[in-house]
Design a protein. Sequence first.
Length: 309
Amino acid sequence: MARLDEQARGIYPISATPFTDEGAIDWESADRLTDFYLQCGVHGLTLLGMMGEAQKLTFDEAASFASRAIRRVDGRVPVVVGVSAGGLAPMADLTRRVMDAGAAAVLVAPPQGLRTDDQIFDYFRGVVDAFGPDVPVIYQDYPPTTNVFLSPSLFVRMVSAFRSMVMLKLEDCPGLDKLTRIRDDSGRDGLRRVSVLIGNGGLYFPQFLQRGADGAMTGFAFPDMLVQVYERFVAGDHAGAEDLFDAYLPLIVYEQQPGYGLAVRKEILRRRGAIGSAATRAPGPRLRQADAGEIDALMGRLERRLGGR
């Protein structure tokens, strides 16, 4: 598989990691889930993100899960792998494993505790040096979890300094002004234009596209909808893209519940036949009867809205 570059576009769903009810990786469901994403028409696939419960996997589980999915994809779309960890050594080790297996790029979130622009810059300089110049790096900007704030000027500075930084996964919420400033500053300074994919379940996706985003990298359980919205938008049908997005917006909002969103997404994926169990690995959220009833109502409402088109 070719390495990812600044031209990356489209929908890169963050894969769940399927578990059995007993907490083991469900390898049959892992294969089925990979096939599901490909059947949705995605433009790429992201493994071992926060949606993938990567922090709950052992090193061997993470490497095996990523390698198996990459083999299953078989070069049909680029595969990004999250490698964030507590130190550069384990990150570099996992990076070598997944890049050797055929990954197209790695996704890195800064560790908690970085407070200044210089601290963040120096950390990613260490990342780039540890991985080597041939490994494409994606900056995962998710302040609600990392408590690290990436300023537009700092990202532009890193793009200028690190040729292997090819993408920003923008999850500062809402982040619309941040994207505008990154695009404006890069254009004014004559810097290369890197890819920006947005997260947060796809919230504000049409607005981000209008501001210059190149797609989405998120775990929303209807990646096929995001693909259709993106493709309508780039074809010039902006109103049609927004109309389709609006039909799914109640589910997007419901999935964004802090602490419960992962369980909601896995339950919807289970209902769609993509995985065998909605179980999360402990410690993780579990849905109750009231939650299941709300999902019933939201999915029923969606079916009625789409059936009326």
